[in-house]
Design a protein around this ligand. Structure first.
Ligand SMILES: NC(=O)c1ccc[n+]([C@@H]2O[C@H](COP(=O)([O-])OP(=O)(O)OC[C@H]3O[C@@H](n4cnc5c(N)ncnc54)[C@H](O)[C@@H]3O)[C@@H](O)[C@H]2O)c1
Length: 326
């Protein structure tokens, strides 16, 4: 069945991959304020197949936004540790107001399903406090580890977002899926995250190569796997509220080993300069994705080496284009 789908934050990283994946089969509308999502050649190409609404969700949705959507993916947010550290007030303001305005609008729709992008950061405080195991399932108690540290703003905004979705769904009787993404990576993910930063620094010739938190573990999930997971969850017929981890549990990776995978991919092998991890950065983060498997039959398909290779190709091309322009 051809569906009408709205993606907030649709010009961003995950949003655009999701839009591309859905655009052939469904009527897709992207909503974004373009604060981070870029109006670049890839979006221009996609514009031929989707509609685009430019709107800042810290303001209520305009009256003329259509109301006949079947599925709404709410991905708009200020994302990234750098923003949580430097502009925690903006992270909180944007992420909370966006979700409230989206929900105030969504509750009037007839029979639509909402998918809300939460994060593994929602439970980072629980792991740090020793009240959640790793790999971490969804049903752990949530703890904000240190509210005086700016970085807590992002995780708190996701905890509050989950509570908002859960309670609006209960009050207005609509189906919601809250998906906790875990280290999703891939082409066009910006420059604020570890994999693109490693690639860029290697291409800039950094030697020795600084690594903060080399002894930490993460489980990286290639973006097409994450997109497949949330599509399957959103189209489930259940009216129940679902809270589900989305990630790849197959390759728990030491950050130092991730660096070596990127070195091999780029073909440069500088010396290492190992530094401490930044404050509140979790030592180990791995999702328990049993619930996702049980509900959807999901299995991650793209391994780390292949995903890093695809990501590197995109960043190397983007860099060459930038250099050609200057
Ligand atoms: N990438 C990951 O690994 C990851 C992990 C956990 C959670 N998430 C969540 O998934 C969602 C998508 O993340 P992403 O990596 O694609 O981030 P992204 O920054 O690429 O995308 C977010 C988009 O939201 C838009 N936006 C920001 N403020 C807005 C506003 N006020 N009004 C309208 N649009 C606004 C930005 O312009 C951007 O295009 C976010 O909610 C994020 O918190 C992502």
């Amino acid at each position: 069945m051809r569906k009408k789908v709205l993606i907030t934050g649709g010009a961003g990283f995950i949003g655009m991959h999701l839009a591309r994946r859905l655009a052939d089969e469904h009527d897709v509308t992207l909503l974004d304020d373009f604060s981070r999502g870029r109006s670049d050649a890839e979006l221009d190409e996609l514009r031929r197949r989707v509609s685009v609404i430019t709107h800042d969700l810290t303001l209520p949705l305009p009256e003329d936004v259509p109301r006949d959507f079947d599925e709404v993916y709410h991905l708009a947010a200020v994302v990234g540790v750098v923003y949580s550290n430097e502009e925690p007030q903006r992270v909180l303001r944007t992420n909370l107001l966006s979700t409230i305005h989206l929900l105030d609008w969504f509750r009037e729709l007839d029979g639509a399903t909402l998918c809300f992008a939460s994060s593994s950061e929602a439970y980072a405080g629980s792991v740090a406090a020793g009240v959640a195991p790793v790999p971490t399932p969804e049903d752990v108690r949530l703890v904000v580890s240190d509210p005086t540290v700016a970085r807590s703003s992002y995780g708190f905004s996701k905890i509050a977002g989950e509570l908002l979705c859960r309670n609006y769904a209960r009050a207005y009787g609509f189906p919601v899926r809250m998906v906790r993404f875990h280290n999703v990576y891939g082409p066009r993910m910006g420059y604020e995250h570890v994999i693109p930063q490693f690639i860029e620094r290697l291409l800039s010739g950094n030697d020795p190569f600084e690594i903060h938190g080399a002894d930490q573990y993460r489980a990286f999930c290639y973006v097409s796997d994450a997109v497949e997971a949330i599509i399957r969850l959103t189209e489930l017929p259940t009216k129940e509220t679902l809270l589900v981890n989305v990630g790849n549990d197959r390759e728990e990776t030491l950050i130092e080993d991730l660096a070596r995978v990127v070195f091999d991919t780029v073909g440069r092998h500088p010396g290492l300069d190992i530094r401490p991890a930044p404050p509140l950065s979790p030592e180990r983060r791995v999702p328990d994705v049993s619930l996702l498997r049980e509900l959807t039959g999901y299995e991650p398909r793209v391994g780390l080496r292949e995903g890093v290779r695809r990501t590197y190709e995109w960043y190397a091309r983007a860099r060459a284009d930038r250099e050609a322009d200057t």
